[in-house]
Design a protein around this ligand. Structure first.
Ligand SMILES: *[C@@H]1O[C@H](CO)[C@@H](O)[C@H](O)[C@H]1NC(C)=O
Ligand SMILES: *[C@@H]1O[C@H](CO)[C@@H](O)[C@H](O)[C@H]1NC(C)=O
Length: 359
């Protein structure tokens, strides 16, 4: 009996610390500070408040907005977050609240209801919302909450990720009246295939060809390029127009995070109503019964760590995640790929660099 217990214990000990045993090869074990968990993956200290602002409100935003902002007085960086094809902005509430709890104001426009317009009109609407911020943001926030528009990030999921990049790249017909400081794509999708890109096309299939001088983070999904059933032709985030190609085309500084066990629609809230759930069924997703919460905290935490690094100049958490993603992140990630300043783009195609150098 005792022997059996001992065997069980040894087996348990041998299997348990698997993810940790890799750590000391990169980080010295004596450096106790790195062993503390990274707090960006936990809910932050601010209390997020959500509000819906209709386009008929006195502040007249060009499109209805979901605003998620801290309850606490202060000045916070701003994130413009664009929804995916036929998705409602409210379906992203969990991840947006998570980000806001770390001291961010998120503005998520509803660019259209169900039928996507042409890429160009969607982009132009997104540009109008961005331009409205300079005069309108003050109007939709309480007096003691201020949006810091010098730290404005563009972000989006799926086709909304394409919109964020296309806007940053200057493809809108509406001329920009505001500067963007960072771009984050959450499983961005630029069409149904390499030959069928959304217009205006942004992918050129050349490494580092995005003409952007701001930092970029690309979050993908390991299952996004798989069809939901093996005999179906179409995946929700097909190869050639998805995260891997966005990462190929971004310039340094740029990083690529791929949660292996989750799919394209797993970033959204659990409760997304009947239509949302139907949309979720057509995309391959996490295993039945597996919580999506680790994925949302991983995506939210990457958002926060990235923006803390580039907006607030504190790269502590971001570097920890880049070097040892699977020690810190709640969802399993592929090795993080990253292009740092000074990387030569010509040699990037098969590159995977664990470390990220900040100046
Ligand atoms: C955008 O940035 C440029 C260059 O830094 C600056 O000249 C311009 O005034 C900025 N525009 C706005 C609207 O802040
Ligand atoms: C930078 O971030 C880390 C992790 O959140 C925090 O412990 C540290 O105090 C921050 N440093 C500064 C200078 O704010």
């Amino acid at each position: 009996m005792v022997t059996l217990l001992a065997i069980l214990l040894v087996t348990l000990l041998a299997t348990l610390p698997e993810s940790r045993s890799a750590l000391p090869t990169i980080l010295s074990e004596s450096d106790q500070s790195v062993l503390t968990k990274v707090s960006v993956f936990e809910t932050g200290r601010f209390h997020p408040i959500t509000s819906d602002i209709g386009s008929c409100s006195t502040c007249s935003p060009p499109k209805p907005l979901l605003i998620v902002r801290p309850k606490e007085d202060g000045k916070y960086p701003v994130i413009l977050f664009h929804h995916g094809t036929a998705c409602q902005n409210s379906w992203y509430t969990d991840v947006l609240k998570f980000i806001s709890s770390h001291g961010y104001i998120v503005i998520a426009p509803q660019l259209y209801r169900w039928m996507p317009p042409s890429g160009q009109s969607e982009l132009d609407m997104a540009a109008e919302v961005a331009n409205w911020l300079r005069s309108g943001l003050r109007c939709v926030l309480p007096e003691n909450i201020e949006g810091d528009l010098h730290n404005l990030a563009l972000a989006g999921h799926s086709r909304g990720g394409y919109i964020a990049f296309a806007l940053a790249l200057g493809h809108a017909d509406v001329s920009p009246d505001i500067n963007f400081s960072a771009v984050i794509g959450v499983d961005p999708v630029a069409g149904t295939s390499k030959k069928d890109q959304v217009e205006p096309k942004i992918l050129n299939y050349e490494p580092c060809s995005f003409s952007l001088s701001i930092p970029v983070a690309v979050i993908g999904s390991g299952l996004g390029n798989k069809p939901v059933l093996p005999f179906l032709p179409q995946a929700c985030a097909p190869d050639g127009v998805s995260h891997t190609e966005f990462f190929n085309e971004c310039k340094p500084p740029c990083s690529h995070f791929v949660p292996t066990d989750y799919g394209h629609m797993d970033f959204l809230d659990d409760d997304i109503g009947l239509i949302g759930s139907a949309a979720r069924l057509i995309c391959k997703g996490s295993k039945w019964g597996v919580s999506r919460d680790p994925l949302r905290r991983t995506a939210g935490g990457v958002f926060v760590a990235f923006l803390e690094a580039f907006f607030k100049g504190n790269d502590t958490d971001y570097n920890k995640i880049l070097i040892n993603p699977n020690y810190f992140a709640p969802a399993t990630l592929d090795p993080v790929q990253s292009k740092s300043e000074g990387t030569s783009c010509s040699s990037l195609s098969a590159m995977s660099m664990p470390a990220f150098a900040f100046e």
